[in-house]
Design a protein around this ligand. Structure first.
Ligand SMILES: Nc1ncnc2c1ncn2[C@@H]1O[C@H](COP(=O)(O)OP(=O)(O)OP(=O)(O)O)[C@@H](O)[C@H]1O
Length: 505
C-alpha cells in the first residue's frame, strides 16, 4: 500500500508534562489505523498536530512524501486531512445544509449544496435530510452532518475522535460500514477509541501510546481486547466484581416527574417514575438527547419540579435546590465535564470545593478551610488515579478522561446515600473505567442507591441490577438486567432511529 502520512520523532510538551515524546508512526492509503492509549497518553495532542491545531516542538511529518506542516486546520483540510470531533460544532437553529456551508471555504449555492449532501449521504449509507433543523436531530444524526461535511471535501485522511460514544449499537454497525467503504476507496482513517472490541472489528493496525511514547504496535484482529488494554496500561487487569448486596429501603422515589427542558432544543420529561432502593443500581439507557440531561438536572435540584415528584429517603424534595439535596445525601455528576461539572479555569482544589463544600465540611466559621479542601482534592486524585502534575492545575489542562475521573471521584468521595451519574466513564480508558465501575459498585454495597445514566450498554449490563430506557423524555418500565439481551435493549432505546433504510443495495 502507498504511504500516506508519516510522523517522525514528533515531540510536544506542556508545562509539567510531555504530551508526545518522539512519536513515530505511519498510515497508508486505505488503512484504518487505531490510536490507543490510557487517558492522558497523548492521543488528542497527536491528532491535533496532524490537523494543524497544535504545533509540534520538534520532529517532522510528511503527507504523500512531501513535508507536511499545517499551521491551521484550514491548511490541513486543503491538503486532504479532515477531522470529526467528539463534540460537534453545529448551530442548532440552522438546518443541515446551512451548517455544512458554514464549515466550507467556498460553499456552493444552497440548492446545489443540498443536492450534493443528498448524493453523498446516499452513496455512503448515511441518510440525512439537508433541510432539517440540526436542533431536531439525534446525536447520531448530528454526527452524520459532521461526517458528510468532511466527505464533501474528499478527504485522503479522516480523523475520528471517539465517534461511537453517541451511537446505538445499530448505528455503530452502519458507521463502520461507511468507514470500511471509504477505506476500500483509498481514504485512510485514523481512529481514536477506548472501545477495544470495536477496534478489533474495524481497524487494520494500531499504535499504542503510554505517557506520550509509542510503546507498541499491533494488528487488533490478532489480539484480544484484554491484551490490548494490558499493552496500554502495562499491567494485568481485573474486571469489576459485584459483591453480594442486600437491598434496603427505598432511597429515591420519582413519581410522575414532568418538567419542561431548560435547554434549547431539549427534551421535556414526561411522567417519569421509578424507585431505587439502598444497595441497588438502576441503569438508564438512551440515545443522547432523549431527556438524560434533563433527568440529571431534575434529580440534582438544578431543575425544580413538584415537591412530591422527587423524594429522597421519603422526604418530598422536588422543589428544593442542589445544596438541600446534597445535605439530604444526594450527589450528582453531570455528563458535561467542562463548564457544568467543573469550572475550566479553576484549579482542581477550587473545583473540589464547588461540590464538596456542603458535605465535606470545607468551611469553618464562614471561611473556606483551604487546607481541608486541598486534602480533599489530593485524596480524589490519589484514589481515582487522576494523572495531573498537581491539584493546583486548572481543570481545562487535564486530558478528557482524567478530568472525568476527577469529577466522578469528587462525587463518590462524599459518602452519599443517593448517587446520580450521567455517563460515568465517558472517554475514560478501559482500566480507569473498570476502577470507576468498581467504585460505584462498592458504594452500592455500602448501601447507596445509584442511578447510572449511560449510553454504554456494556457498562449498564455490567453494573446495573435493573434497567430502563429514556425515549423522547419518557422512561420505559424498569426491567431486571438478568436475561436482557443487547437487541432487546436497543429496541427499548428506540431501535435504529430511522436507520433501517441505510446500506440497501
Ligand atoms: N492545553 C494543554 N495544556 C496543558 N496540558 C495539556 C494540554 N492539553 C493536553 N495536556 C496534557 O497533555 C497530556 C496528554 O493529553 P491528551 O489530551 O493528548 O491525552 P489523550 O490520550 O487524548 O487522553 P484522553 O483519552 O483522556 O482524551 C495530558 O497529561 C494532558 O494533561
Amino acid at each position: 500500500m502507498t504511504l500516506l502520512l508519516g510522523v517522525e520523532g514528533v515531540t510536544k510538551a506542556y508545562p509539567g508534562v510531555v504530551a508526545n515524546s518522539d512519536v513515530s508512526f505511519q498510515i497508508s492509503e486505505g488503512e484504518i489505523h487505531a490510536l490507543l492509549g490510557e487517558n492522558g497518553a497523548g492521543k488528542s495532542t497527536l491528532v491535533k498536530m496532524i490537523y494543524g491545531l497544535v504545533k509540534p516542538d520538534s520532529g517532522r511529518m510528511t503527507l504523500r512524501g512531501q513535508p507536511y506542516t499545517p499551521a491551521k486546520p484550514a491548511e490541513a483540510r486543503r491538503q486532504g486531512v479532515a477531522m470529526v470531533f467528539q463534540h460537534f460544532s453545529l448551530f442548532e437553529a440552522l438546518n443541515v445544509a446551512e451548517n455544512v456551508a458554514l464549515g466550507m471555504e467556498n460553499p456552493p449555492p444552497m440548492k446545489a449544496l443540498a443536492g450534493r449532501i443528498r448524493e453523498v449521504s446516499e452513496e455512503y449509507g448515511l441518510p440525512l435530510d439537508p433541510s432539517r433543523m440540526v436542533g431536531d436531530l439525534s446525536a447520531g444524526e448530528r454526527q452524520r452532518v459532521e461526517i458528510i461535511r468532511c466527505l464533501l471535501q474528499d478527504p485522503k485522511l479522516l480523523i475520528m475522535d471517539e465517534p461511537t460514544s453517541v451511537l446505538t449499537p445499530q448505528e455503530v454497525e452502519i458507521l463502520f460500514k461507511t468507514l470500511r467503504q471509504l477505506a476500500s476507496e483509498g481514504t485512510a482513517i485514523l481512529y481514536i477509541s477506548h472501545k477495544l472490541e470495536e477496534i478489533r472489528s474495524l481497524c487494520d493496525e494500531a499504535t499504542i501510546l503510554r505517557r506520550g511514547k509509542v510503546v507498541a504496535t499491533c494488528t487488533p484482529r490478532d489480539r484480544t481486547a484484554r491484551e490490548m488494554a494490558e499493552l496500554m496500561v502495562g499491567t494485568v487487569l481485573t474486571p469489576p466484581v459485584r459483591a453480594g448486596r442486600t437491598k434496603g429501603d427505598v432511597a429515591l422515589e420519582v413519581s410522575g416527574l414532568s418538567v419542561a427542558s431548560p435547554i434549547p432544543f431539549g427534551t421535556a420529561l414526561k411522567a417519569v417514575s421509578f424507585t431505587v432502593r439502598q444497595g441497588e443500581v438502576l441503569g438508564i439507557a438512551g440515545v443522547a438527547g432523549n431527556g438524560q440531561d434533563e433527568l440529571l438536572l431534575a434529580l440534582s435540584g438544578e431543575l425544580r419540579s413538584q415537591p412530591e415528584a422527587v423524594k429522597i429517603a421519603g422526604v418530598a424534595m422536588g422543589d428544593t435546590g442542589p445544596n438541600d439535596r446534597r445535605r439530604a445525601g444526594l450527589v450528582a455528576a453531570p455528563e458535561e465535564r467542562l463548564g457544568h461539572a467543573a469550572a475550566p479555569d479553576m484549579s482542581l482544589v477550587e473545583n473540589a470545593l464547588l461540590s464538596g463544600v456542603v458535605r465535606q465540611g470545607l468551611t469553618a466559621r464562614g471561611f473556606i478551610d483551604w487546607a481541608a479542601t486541598e486534602a480533599f482534592a489530593a485524596g480524589i486524585v490519589k484514589a481515582f488515579d487522576v494523572r495531573t502534575p498537581g491539584t493546583h492545575v486548572a481543570a481545562r489542562a487535564l486530558s478528557g478522561g482524567n478530568l472525568q475521573k476527577f469529577v466522578v471521584g469528587r462525587e463518590l468521595s462524599q459518602t452519599p446515600s443517593v448517587i446520580v451519574i450521567n455517563q460515568p466513564t465517558w472517554g475514560v480508558d478501559a482500566a480507569a473505567a473498570a476502577a470507576i465501575r468498581q467504585a460505584i459498585l462498592d458504594r452500592a454495597s455500602g448501601g447507596a442507591a445509584v442511578v447510572v445514566i449511560s449510553q454504554d450498554l456494556d457498562e449498564l449490563l455490567e453494573i446495573a441490577d435493573d434497567f430502563a430506557a429514556l425515549n423522547g423524555g419518557r422512561l420505559t418500565p424498569t426491567r431486571p438486567v438478568d436475561g436482557l439481551t443487547v437487541d432487546e435493549i436497543g429496541l427499548m432505546m428506540g431501535g435504529t432511529h430511522g436507520m433501517e433504510v441505510a446500506h440497501h443495495g
